[in-house]
Write a protein that binds this ligand. Structure first.
Ligand SMILES: [Zn+2]
Length: 326
């Protein structure tokens, strides 16, 4: 069996680190709640052999019976939803949210993403390559999944814990956290992370995911939380401090985008991304790995759209490319 890091957070509640090979996130936290009746696993890692081996090793060490295990998935990304289909047995319940399920089960999703990325200035010869190496394309569940939909405020009970669904759109449009009110624990998925910043990005052009994200941070900020159990890296004890830092990070990013557009208008989202500062070890934008350019451009667009929603940025068309200006 593979070596696997398992931390006992509390009685019957474990955090297992599911490795993500060659991925800057390093690992996904899978939270395992043991229950004599049925167990609950919150997020699973990607649909790839390394993740499956690790999660099954964790189940083995903790005495988790696959036939008596249900799943809660915080959001649609492959590093969270990846294995639920693979590990399902007869009667397995997979709790999920409707907006993300619709995207995950969307028939022409990648076709849509492909055309939108091109319209936002992503070089066409690289778009297809980027999509083919995208973890969402490679490591998502392979079949449509029969989810049990949850909505805001709904409570599910496992292992003596009461888990309340808290819908927090932003990182994805249906992202959902779980809150345990007696312990004041928040399973935050990728809404709030500790030493890395959740990626807020989009390829669509008629939404404002960053605006949604700010609202969702405010929603969590009003809650009484002693411990955040995030989807990646280590647990967080000071939720208000972390929320303030995340807001500050995005405000700083918004200022940076305004400055870039002030000097280079009009620009496509891809072009803005190429001029933003990124925490990557590379000489220049041209040397960035393709996938990092992909996420950077999606993130630049989310910031531009938030400025546009606030009336600070406008758009024009240059051929079929969407251009933004101050
Ligand atoms: Zn994630």
């Amino acid at each position: 069996m593979a070596e696997i890091v398992i931390e006992e957070v509390r009685s019957n509640l474990f955090r297992a680190e599911i490795p993500l090979p060659r991925n800057p996130l390093k690992a996904t936290n899978s939270y395992i709640i043991k229950d004599g009746r049925r167990n609950l696993v919150i997020d699973t890692g990607m649909n790839r052999e390394e993740c499956k081996t690790a999660l099954l090793a964790a189940f083995d060490q903790l005495g988790i019976d696959l036939g008596k295990t249900d799943y809660f998935v915080t959001h649609l990304h492959a590093d969270h939803v990846g294995l639920v289909d693979e590990l399902s047995t007869e009667g397995t319940v997979i709790f999920f949210n409707r907006p993300d399920a619709e995207i995950l089960n969307h028939e022409n999703l990648w076709q849509l993403v492909l055309s939108m990325a091109g319209r936002h200035g992503f070089p066409l010869e690289q778009v297809e390559l980027a999509i083919n190496s995208h973890p969402g394309q490679r490591y998502s569940p392979k079949n449509p999944i029969d989810f049990t939909m949850v909505s805001d405020g709904e409570i599910i009970k496992y292992g003596g814990y009461e888990l309340q669904c808290v819908v927090t759109p932003g990182h994805t449009s249906g992202h959902t956290c779980l809150y345990e009110p007696h312990l004041k624990y928040l399973f935050s998925g990728d809404h709030i992370l500790g030493d890395i910043t959740p990626n807020i990005s989009t390829w669509l052009d008629d939404e404002d995911p960053l605006g949604e994200y700010f609202k969702s941070l405010d929603k969590i900020n009003t809650m009484d939380i002693d411990l955040i159990l995030p989807g990646h890296r280590t647990l967080i004890t000071d939720s208000r401090k972390r929320i303030a830092e995340l807001k500050e990070h995005h405000r700083h990013r918004l200022d940076e985008v305004v400055e870039i557009l002030s000097n280079n208008s009009p620009s496509s989202a891809y072009n803005v991304a190429s001029q933003m500062t990124w925490d990557l070890v590379a000489e220049s934008w041209d040397d960035y790995p393709l996938m990092q350019k992909w996420f950077a451009a999606g993130e630049a667009l989310a910031h531009i759209l938030h400025l546009e929603a606030g009336g600070k940025v406008k758009r024009t068309l240059s051929g079929s490319t969407i251009m933004f200006h101050i």
